[in-house]
Design a protein around this ligand. Structure first.
Ligand SMILES: [Fe+2]
Length: 212
């Protein structure tokens, strides 16, 4: 099978108390696995099966009409969740470190202002979707949100485009067992899991890919 479910890079209980073990099992082993399986079904026997997931979500307009929705939803789901596991870690959180810290100050005026804007985007996303920090076309960081499993690499399709430096999953499957309807509480707690080293790596990759 061309697309594969990446193993969770830490134990299922590693993000407690912010994200519980049962949620991590369901989220990774069932939800993410389903996106990968459905993506493989949709792309089987096509050239898209040989693309990297990054390349695929950037080139959705090349996918034939009859497969595009399936690839958009499941390819987006695979990309977004692969990113999500990476940008969290046990013992994470705290103040931003490295180059992203400076970029956050330059773009938002400080980490607290970023968190306020990001959490607002997450709460304001009606239904299911993601809140993101992207590198925009002007090279600055910006907060956006996307519905469903869209992501900011889907140029011509997503509501907001740019390079997704990091994002948080605001689907109910990400938080409902522990937080029920309290999405704002989940968004606030989630900052205690972020992996600033991984976010700095993505920031550098994004700057390179956007030519800056
Ligand atoms: Fe999810």
């Amino acid at each position: 099978m061309p697309f594969e479910l990446p193993p969770l890079p830490y134990a299922y209980d590693a993000l407690t108390p912010y994200i519980d073990e049962e949620t991590m099992h369901l989220h990774h082993d069932k939800h993410h696995a389903a996106y990968v399986n459905n993506l493989n079904t949709a792309t089987e026997g096509t050239p898209f099966a040989n693309m990297s997931i990054d390349e695929l979500v950037r080139n959705l307009n090349m996918v034939p009409d009859d497969k595009r929705t399936a690839v958009r939803n499941n390819g987006g789901g695979h990309y977004n969740h692969s990113m999500f596991w990476e940008i969290m870690r046990p013992g994470g959180g705290g103040e931003p470190q490295g180059q992203i810290a400076q970029a956050i100050n330059d773009s938002f005026g400080g980490f607290d202002a970023l968190k306020t804007e990001f959490n607002k985007a997450g709460v304001g996303r009606f239904g299911s979707g993601w809140a993101w920090v992207i590198i925009g076309s002007d090279g600055r960081l910006a907060v956006v949100s996307t519905p469903n499993q869209d992501n900011p690499l889907m140029s011509g399709i997503a509501e907001s485009t740019g390079y997704p430096v990091f994002g948080n999953d605001v689907w109910e499957h990400a938080y409902y067992l522990k937080y029920q309807n309290r999405r704002p509480e989940y968004l606030e707690a989630w900052w205690n899991t972020v992996n600033w080293d991984a976010i700095n790596e993505r920031y550098n990759t994004g700057r390179t890919s956007m030519g800056g």
